[in-house]
Ligand binder design. Structure first.
Ligand code: TXA
Ligand code: MG
Length: 356
């Protein structure tokens, strides 16, 4: 049973807030803290018992490993086995602190709870100043996203509170997260390095820095029956609101026409439909219920998780979402949206063809 406790929310930049969070961590507790990607639920990375509390609070399956957060390059060596790979040096120089997690062979300092029994560990240096101060005071922090398992990752302290109230003692409030989707996860233990989860540092940027890089097939499609996930997190249903989500791809006006048609049909069937669309396309949907996400993959990624949570708040039954191109940040957007939709995609252009 999870212990019931009062959950306090403190402004991360209020004097004493980070000290308080660091003290909880050092005494074996867990706290939620802001990063530039999403909020994390942290415990000291070297304290296996504390890390186990994260899994309990999130109801996270024990076979899904966590990311270890560091505040300086000097913290890296003792957490990994062997020398820092050349690619890691190049990427860290360019993208740390920032939304990039790299997977290394782990050292003996990492307890089994952190990496779910694997012999590797994912490490990143976040850029959020409150996160960096907290890590400097407490030491390396193991942290998954601070949502309940299966829910969209939290991008505000309120989202964390909605999921974690009475489960953790403290949430540091650092405002809305700038990137809004979780970090890119890059496996450096294989050749060529492989993107297991796309995020704020794009595959194109990684390729420009280190040359050859692969994107794992699970990023844009469901795992096949019996297939082993390279990143254990990829096999779980994720980011999903209660509504059934359908992605519609194709030429802009055809997408809007198809969504309007499906929306109206759903409404006639007595369902409550809603639409996720770019702000620029708002007018194409008339007076239908639309959650605008801004324009472009970076802005739409930042808004996506909050929008998915809102779909639950308004009790939508069916959600239709516009697809984006899978280049650059569009890959992270389509990966998260794809998993929220269990990869249900309608091609509006093909439907149009068939109707002719
Ligand atoms: O931006 C982020 O990465 C956020 C913030 C808090 O830093 N954290 C985050 O953690 O998203 P989490 O636990 O929600 O996602 C970690 C992902 C999972 O898909 C997990 O399976 C994968 O990284 N992962 C972690 N360690 C791994 C390892 N050793 N090998 C393969 N995949 C790993
Ligand atoms: Mg997560």
């Amino acid at each position: 049973m999870t212990e019931v406790m009062n959950t306090e929310i403190l402004d991360a930049y209020e004097p004493g807030a980070i000290e308080k969070a660091a003290a909880i961590l050092k005494s074996g507790g867990v706290v939620a803290f802001p990063t530039e990607t999403v909020y994390g639920l942290g415990a000291l990375a070297t304290d296996g018992k504390a890390v186990a509390k994260i899994f309990e609070a999130k109801e996270r399956p024990a076979d899904n490993p966590l990311i270890v957060h560091i505040a300086g390059f000097d913290m890296l060596q003792e957490l990994i086995d062997g020398p820092v790979p050349l690619e890691a040096n190049l990427l860290a120089e360019e993208y740390w602190p920032g939304p990039l997690s790299m997977i290394f062979k782990k050292s003996g300092k990492i307890p089994k709870e952190v990496c779910a029994g694997l012999d590797t560990v994912a490490i990143r240096m976040p850029s959020n100043p409150a996160a960096l101060m907290l890590i400097k005071q407490a030491g390396p922090i193991a942290a998954p996203s601070a949502n309940r398992s299966g829910k969209p990752s939290p991008t505000t302290a309120k989202h964390v509170f909605d999921d974690m109230n009475e489960r953790i003692p403290l949430i540091l409030d650092g405002g809305s997260c700038r990137v809004g989707v979780e970090s890119t996860v890059l496996d450096l233990t294989c050749t060529p390095p492989r993107v297991l989860r796309p995020g704020g540092v794009t595959a194109e940027q990684i390729a420009a820095t280190i040359g050859d890089v692969e994107v794992d097939g699970s990023v844009l499609s469901p795992l096949k029956e019996g297939e082993v996930a390279r990143s254990p997190g990829m096999k779980y249903r994720h980011y999903a609101p209660k509504a059934s989500v359908t992605i519609v791809q194709g030429a802009r006006k055809r997408v809007a026409a198809e969504i309007c048609k499906q929306y109206d049909e759903a409404k006639q069937q007595g369902k409550k439909p809603a639409i996720l669309a770019s702000t620029a396309n708002r007018a194409l949907y008339g007076d239908r219920t639309v959650r605008m996400l801004g324009n472009g993959a970076a802005e739409q990624s930042r808004e996506l998780f909050a929008a998915l949570r809102e779909m639950d708040d308004i009790e939508a039954d069916v959600v239709f979402a516009e697809a984006l191109d899978t280049k650059e940040m569009g890959l992270a957007y389509m990966n998260r949206l794809g998993r929220a939709a269990a990869f249900q995609v309608i091609d509006a252009d093909k439907r149009e063809e068939r109707r002719k």
